[in-house]
Write a protein that binds this ligand. Sequence first.
Ligand SMILES: Nc1nc2c(c(=O)[nH]1)N[C@H]1C(S)=C(S)[C@@H](COP(=O)(O)O)O[C@H]1N2
Ligand SMILES: [Mo]
Length: 361
Amino acid sequence: MSAIHPDLILRSREPLNAEPPPGRLRARFITPTEDFYIRSHGAMPAIQAEAFRLKLGGLVTRKLDLTLHDLQARFHHHTLAAVLQCAGNRRGELAAVAPVSGDPWGPGAIGHAEWTGIALRDLLSAAGVPDEAGLHVAFACADEVELPGEGRFTYGVSIPLAKAMAPEVLLAWAMNGSALPPEHGFPLRVVVPGFAGVRSAKWLHAITVQRSASDNAMQQRDYKLLPPDVPAADIDWSRGVTIDEMPLNAVICEPAPDAAVAAGRLMLRGYAMASRRAVTRVDVSVDDGVSWRQATLAERAETPWSWTFWETTVDLPPGEHRLAVRAWDEAGQTQPSSLTDVWNVKGYLNGAWHRLRVVAR
Ligand SMILES: Nc1nc2c(c(=O)[nH]1)N[C@H]1C(S)=C(S)[C@@H](COP(=O)(O)O)O[C@H]1N2
Ligand SMILES: [Mo]
């Protein structure tokens, strides 16, 4: 196992799950690889780049069997900055409503990296995809994983062909200009900007074009948004909706929750993310959402696959203060105010206002 950065907050050692503290996450618009969250469901597979082959089959005109060098030599290279975020980002806060299952992620199960690889659509086009509605592209991976009640199986997920043919979906061999580190999927991973991290398959070795979504338990019996009345003890997955696109979100990265700060002027900083649409406004409150002021959008990108960094200065008299943040997107939508509104037993898609308390002295 490669050493992880000592500043990462370890959520689980086996499998390896870790996230950066929020202040570190907000330090750089492109998240340094060592600060990038790690979310794995099983042990990291050791793959030799020289022996690596990617197979593409299913409903295609020509099956493909390619080495890494073939991929790099035959297809146009793309580099794209994109956010990857876990559907369980901010799950930890939901436990205040009722118990949730899974690692208690803070707001750091997200990162914004520069990914280099080929467009998945170029590979699919080279293989020849039928002109048929409703197809799916399934990814098979090298890691063996385990889910409660499902036993052990190799990781697999799928995305609709329509998304697979979108220009932003990459098969990436590099992250921030260097080869993918083992924990982020060496030698090849999928990057599906805008979709929950679960679809960005690491340690990819086979792609299948097919008529239905992947029948892998990771696709069918996990990562679905369940209604709030589904009990933990007996999950009826057919009541859940497959989590693909991520909701609008905003987080206060600085100050930290329960921080003791000097009374007077205080800088608040954080991130906001909309997926597919742009973030158009970020509001900050120092009275728990009774009144709001607009933050400055300090750093943003041209594409909807990047996050937005916001900041603002507030004036806090001595005492306890309840801070809150909410983002707006270009469709004029904003986030639900309370954790109760979004709670689900698996703790996915927490896009409620991010709130925290600070004490000014
Ligand atoms: N093969 C494989 N791919 C995977 C996973 C995994 O456990 N195995 N975890 C997924 C989940 S849930 C997330 S959030 C992202 C995390 O990617 P990262 O560890 O590079 O941040 O990878 C996804 N791809
Ligand atoms: Mo995830």
